[in-house]
Ligand binder design. Structure first.
Ligand code: UD1
Ligand code: UDP
Length: 351
């Protein structure tokens, strides 16, 4: 089989690492990197650290409005599909790179494989929700991470070639967790003590693009006592700079550059609690049984809410502080597969 994989954003590199490793044992994979994420610590670091094969095509599209960014990707991916004539085109998750890859292939009658299919927040104001719905509806093979994802697709009358294989992000954590513990020096580098700091990530457009919500979030961080470490997403950094917010004024807050995956797993595992609006980070907190507070009104990952392992708080200061104070002891239930999702995907495609 000849498969073209389209990648572009940080979480897609992490998802692709275990799948590419399996795929390349027997098949030909060509990687297109759209260039949606381009800073070294948002892109190259993951290829190097996770031994993801170097992209065969780098589109260098970069940042832009949704239409411009997605449209430019679409035009470039189309040319490559026409030249390479793949048997399948593979996309992950819900970014603009996902949608561009899926649309380009579907229009050329190349079957689309969607990994992490069927997720829904039921909030169409999120760009990701539009990307997921559109991608699922043009995909030929829909590999779901959970039973909830299957149900979501059933409700939209998508039932053909829909399979729960488990979550490839769980595969990635299983593969790298021990390695992270052995290799990462991130705790020492930032003078952090295990279980004595909060880990923060914020990058969701619904938060960063709303000054009122950001003000609340930052107010809650300031009122949370103790050390807080925040590997800041470039989107958030730029937004806060543009409104002139000085993060140095938040007591106990250590703002650091985005970190590599092994450092991130280490920060997550050793945090006493995680405050985030990231999809991937919510799941990783659950996989590693670290309590999570989610700075959103909805989550696609409803399984993580069990037993308050993950508490949805939106951006209300009081709710954030209550959730931070709440004593919870998460315990992982095996609802995200057995760490072999990538193998299953390749076996199913093979057969
Ligand atoms: C994108 C995805 C989001 C995903 C996130 C993962 C879409 C619509 N959104 O959001 O679903 O959760 O990636 O991190 O596809 N920037 C840099 N350097 C970079 C990358 C981005 O400075 O390497 C800055 C630019 O100012 C850019 C902004 O971040 O305008 C937003 O980047 P973009 O890729 O458009 O969206 P994300 O917020 O990263
Ligand atoms: N991540 C990372 N370094 C960071 C922040 C996040 O390696 O500084 C990893 C994190 O462990 C998870 C993925 O990036 O695997 C999540 O990506 P992100 O939060 O950017 O996007 P989302 O999952 O919300 O789409």
């Amino acid at each position: 089989m000849k498969i073209i994989t389209v990648l572009g954003a940080r979480p897609q590199f992490i998802k692709a690492a275990p799948v590419s490793r399996e795929l390349r044992k027997k098949h030909t994979e060509l990687i297109i990197h759209t260039g949606q994420h381009y800073d070294a610590n948002m892109s190259d670091i993951f290829f190097e650290e996770l031994h993801i094969p170097k992209p065969d095509f780098h589109l260098g599209i970069g940042s832009g409005s949704h239409g411009k960014q997605t449209g430019e990707m679409l035009a470039e991916i189309e040319k490559i599909i026409l030249d390479e004539k793949p048997d399948y085109l593979l996309v992950y998750g819900d970014t603009n790179s996902t949608l561009a890859g899926a649309l380009a292939a579907a229009k050329l009658h190349v079957p689309v494989i969607h990994i992490e299919a069927g997720l829904r927040s039921f909030n169409k104001k999120m760009p990701e929700e539009i990307n997921r719905i559109m991608t699922d509806h043009v995909s030929e093979y829909l590999f779901c991470p959970t039973d909830t994802a299957i149900e979501n697709l059933t409700n939209e009358n998508i039932t053909h070639n829909v399979i729960n294989v488990g979550d490839v992000m769980f595969d990635a954590v299983e593969y790298n967790r021990q390695l992270a513990e052995e290799k990462s020096t991130v705790l020492a580098d930032h003078e952090l003590t295990s279980k004595d700091f909060y880990l923060i990530t914020v990058h969701r457009a619904e938060n960063t693009d709303d000054p009122e919500k950001m003000k609340n979030i930052l107010d809650a961080f300031a009122k949370t006592e103790g050390t807080k470490v925040w590997p800041i997403h470039p989107r958030t950094k730029h937004k806060l700079e543009s409104i002139g917010f000085d993060l140095a004024s938040v007591p106990g807050l250590k703002v650091i550059e985005p970190v590599g995956y092994l450092d991130m797993l280490t920060l997550e595992y050793h945090a006493k609690k995680i405050l985030t609006d990231s999809g991937g980070v919510q799941k990783e907190a659950y996989f590693m049984e670290v309590p999570c507070v989610t700075l959103r009104e909805q989550t696609e990952w409803v399984e993580t809410l069990e037993g308050d392992a993950n508490i949805l708080v939106g951006t209300d200061v009081g709710k954030i502080l209550d959730a931070v104070q709440k004593d919870v002891n998460p315990s992982y239930k095996p609802v995200f597969g057995d760490g072999k999702a990538s193998e299953k995907i390749v076996d199913i495609l093979q057969s």
